[in-house]
Design a protein around this ligand. Structure first.
Ligand SMILES: [Zn+2]
Length: 315
């Protein structure tokens, strides 16, 4: 007998099957909680080792399941729904409580999930984004090149290396006037996305616009910048900023079919603009951008993990 087949059942914290299920046969004792734990694990929840003991971990996992089963659940992996559609639009809504107790309703819901092969929803990646494309100044004397999205092969991470307070508008002003890149100024701001220290992402350019950030690599590269003073800074960028830029990269990789572990680079990692190769084959860096305190390998790994958990579409 399975726990959901018994209408009397109410598995709760502290229960062990042999104590709470007097009707279980001797050779079935312990099976109820163990079956529950196995089912939860199979649904994508981490109930841990199926030991037949309803402890704190199992109770918390049951709560998580109940919360997911309520009407606020998104279920992007169900292709019939389409991305971002609410679970409740296509499936009956679980009306039980988030109690941690496996009552009849919860047991029934667990069974339905199992039969329909529904899985725990993966987290939806979020970051704050503001579109400032129309508000940034551009160089009226020059037009940027435009490319199809398919031609973007990588995302390049930069830092502004500017003092705090230097935002996207200051960058745009600097970039379109005569500067270290061009005596006539660049056509536009050099970055497609500007990521502020508090994690706010500002969209500065359409992705199809080719901006002037990495020399010969410009055409095939999308530019993202951290508002971060790298020079002389012993601190890495704040966690909120790194989390936001990682989420942004994961999202862009998803949309442009890029691989976060191989198509994300730091400015300093690009031959010519970031470093030179000596006759001995050794790298000599021209740039530290986006800063030596930004561990690019770790950033790629972290973004890769986020990427793999992605379920939602663009903001
Ligand atoms: Zn740079």
């Amino acid at each position: 007998m399975h726990y959901y087949e018994d209408p009397q059942i109410a598995l709760e914290f502290g229960s062990k099957d042999c104590n709470v299920l007097p009707r279980a046969q001797p050779n079935e004792k312990d099976n109820y909680v163990r079956d529950l734990q196995q089912d939860l694990n199979a649904l994508g929840y981490t109930a841990g080792k199926a030991d037949g003991w309803f402890g704190t971990r199992t109770m918390n996992v049951v709560r998580n399941f109940q919360a997911d089963a309520r009407d606020n659940l998104r279920c992007e992996q169900d292709s019939a729904l389409g991305p971002g559609r609410r679970f409740a639009e296509a499936h009956p809504v679980y009306v039980g409580g988030v109690t941690g107790v496996v009552d009849t309703l919860t047991a029934g819901e667990l069974q339905r999930w199992k039969q329909n092969r529904w899985q725990k929803p993966r987290p939806v990646i979020k970051y704050q984004q503001e579109d400032i494309r129309d508000r940034l100044p551009v160089n009226s004397q020059r037009n940027p090149r435009i490319r199809p999205l398919n031609d973007i092969e990588r995302i390049v991470l930069h830092c502004t290396d500017a003092q705090p307070g230097w935002g996207a508008f200051q960058c745009a002003q600097y970039d379109i006037k005569p500067n270290h890149i061009s005596q006539r100024g660049c056509p536009t701001i050099t970055y497609a996305y500007f990521v502020n220290a508090d994690g706010l992402v500002q969209k500065c350019l359409s992705r199809t616009v080719v901006s002037w950030h990495v020399g010969n690599w410009n055409y095939s590269s999308l530019a993202v910048v951290l508002a971060y003073r790298a020079t002389g800074n012993q601190q890495p960028p704040p966690p909120a900023q790194i989390e936001a830029v990682s989420a942004l990269f994961a999202r862009i990789c998803q949309q442009l079919t890029l691989d976060p572990r191989s198509n994300i680079v730091g400015h300093r990692e690009l031959l010519g603009t970031g470093y030179h190769l000596g006759a001995d084959g050794k790298k000599s860096y021209r740039k530290s951008c986006p800063g030596w305190k930004v561990d690019l390998d770790e950033f790629r790994q972290e973004t890769g993990r986020l990427f793999e958990s992605l379920t939602a579409t663009a903001i």
